[in-house]
Design a protein around this ligand. Structure first.
Ligand SMILES: *[C@@H]1O[C@H](CO)[C@@H](O)[C@H](O)[C@H]1NC(C)=O
Ligand SMILES: *[C@@H]1O[C@H](CO)[C@@H](O)[C@H](O)[C@H]1NC(C)=O
Length: 498
């Protein structure tokens, strides 16, 4: 018996790998997109750890922690300027440079003040690094200096720049732009102009990521990666796999390579039931249904412009026949009526899965969109920053959501949109229809992802050369055949000019 156990243990040890996930500073949002996969890998006996620069205590991620403690320093990511962008500005591919620059400044400071800690983490005997695709240069450098293989992890869809670096052959004009303008909730690839917007977003993103973000990261890492400096382009190109949390059934179909997998198409039932206090509030017999207002972990209503806050408060007060739950930090605002419950922590998943819930009013972060899909909850999204407008558009195009334009926010506008969703059955029907096929896969997504990791480890973290597309080694212009297509006009030009 004991010997069988030891054999089993040995077999497991040989197959188990030590994996370090490196995410952006205080990167709870990105980390929690990836933790379900990490927990699945733990079940296969792999050792998983999380690295990030931390400015304050964070939640328990259920992984070993390798944090770099920078308590006492300023975390640029939570500056007031950011809330101004979120509530009042357009968000384009140009804005994408800002978090890359913040991440670079922070990493530069870490390498100046805590290089030993950084180096100690990097040099543990990791088999594989998993790199957050966005804003974590200090993590990229760990893989780079140790020469260990690394895999790119995308907490939303693969960004256009990263995808281009990796030789994806996506038709950028036919994809919904990552940074869809807030005025284009009716985006359609049938319109010429809309395809132009897609194209500009695609090339703009690639330029900002390779250029501006690339330079900032070279600067930040120059003390550990000297001339010819760190290249984000090469870092992506040389990654041995790409995993994304974007569920395939939500996203337009696009070409993909062998080394690409979406692990995001799963739904977990809530682990616990609603507790008494919440249950009592939502089950009020006088209530026509529950409306949940939750804008994710990043948006803080205390920093919202006063007039926008008032609009929400006054409109939510009007829905007296409903029970409204408003997730917000800080004290209960004055003037809210009793049918609105305010809390800094809300059991979001349990409430969305509760049968009386009729509307989810949110910002359109991918995790929120997925929770709406998995609980078949009709939604109203008011996108605030990053790719949220695009996520909201994906849900809208499935007929389960409407989109609010934050620039048009007024009391009648917000009220009409809420009534539109809660008073028409079609949103509920479409949501249920999407959910009915959502996880209909040959193999559960997280299991398949774990299987792909296992195979990757079998080849020591990098698949044989034949596995990767040729286009990784040639330029994008060559990949697009522009060098060939240019011959005809040039020949014609020569003939005509003779
Ligand atoms: C991080 O550093 C601060 C101040 O230097 C300290 O008070 C805190 O306990 C540290 N946190 C951890 C988890 O070590
Ligand atoms: C989108 O299309 C619908 C229906 O055609 C129309 O009512 C609505 O005003 C359009 N919205 C925008 C932002 O163009």
């Amino acid at each position: 018996m004991t010997s069988i156990f030891i054999l089993f243990l040995l077999a497991n040890l040989c197959n188990s790998a030590k994996i370090l996930l490196t995410v952006m500073d205080q990167g709870r949002s990105h980390a929690t997109s990836i933790t379900p996969l990490m927990h699945r890998l733990q079940k296969d006996g792999h050792v998983t750890a999380l690295e990030m620069v931390s400015y304050k205590k964070d939640m328990d991620f259920g992984m070993e922690e390798r944090f770099i403690n920078m308590t006492g320093h300023e975390n640029h990511f939570i500056s007031k300027d950011f809330f101004k962008i979120a509530f009042e500005d357009e968000f384009t591919f140009i804005h994408q440079a800002v978090p890359f620059i913040f991440g670079s400044i922070s990493c530069y400071r870490v390498l100046r003040l805590q290089k030993e800690r950084w180096s100690e983490i990097a040099n543990e005997d990791w088999d594989l690094f998993l790199s957050d695709s966005l804003f974590s240069p200090c993590g990229y450098a760990m893989a780079e200096i140790t020469g260990k293989p690394h895999v790119m992890m995308h907490s939303s869809d693969v960004e256009s720049a990263h995808g281009s670096f990796k030789g994806f052959h996506r038709n950028y004009a036919l994809m919904v732009p990552n940074f869809l303008p807030y005025s284009m909730s009716n985006f359609t690839t049938d319109k010429w102009w809309h395809r132009v917007v897609s194209t500009v977003d695609w090339f703009g993103s690639a330029f900002v990521t390779a250029g501006v973000a690339g330079l900032a990261q070279k600067w930040a890492l120059r003390s550990v990666i000297p001339f010819p400096f760190f290249s984000f382009y090469d870092y992506n190109r040389q990654s041995t796999f790409t995993f994304t949390d974007m569920p395939d059934p939500l996203y337009p179909v696009g070409p993909r390579t062998n080394d690409y997998f979406s692990f995001g198409t799963y739904c977990n039932p809530p682990k616990t039931k609603l507790d008494k206090e919440w249950e009592h509030f939502v089950n009020d017999p006088k209530s026509k249904g529950t409306i949940l207002v939750a804008f994710g972990t990043i948006i803080d209503w205390r920093f919202a412009p006063e007039e926008k806050f008032e609009i929400f408060l006054n409109v939510l007060n009007k829905f007296k026949d409903y029970r409204v739950i408003w997730s917000m930090k800080g004290d209960r605002p004055d003037g809210l009526l009793d049918h609105v419950k305010v809390s800094s922590w809300v059991p979001q998943q349990q409430i969305l899965n509760h049968e009386k819930t009729v509307l989810f009013l949110s910002h359109g972060g991918l995790k929120s969109v997925k929770e709406a899909v998995c609980s078949a909850t009709p939604s109203l999204f008011m996108p605030m920053f990053a790719e949220q407008m695009r996520n909201a558009w994906l849900a809208k195009s499935k007929g389960m959501a409407r989109i609010l334009n934050k620039f048009h926010l007024s009391e009648p506008y917000l009220e009409n949109h809420i009534r539109e969703v809660v008073e028409h059955k079609s949103y509920q029907i479409n949501a249920e229809h999407l959910l009915s096929t959502f996880t209909d896969l040959p193999m559960a997504a997280l299991d398949e992802a774990a299987f792909k990791f296992k195979r990757l480890f079998k080849y020591k973290g990098k698949m044989p050369v034949y596995f990767y597309p040729k286009s990784i080694d040639i330029s994008y212009l060559t990949t697009l055949n522009l060098d060939i297509l240019i011959i005809l006009p040039v020949l014609l030009g020569i003939i005509v000019s003779k």
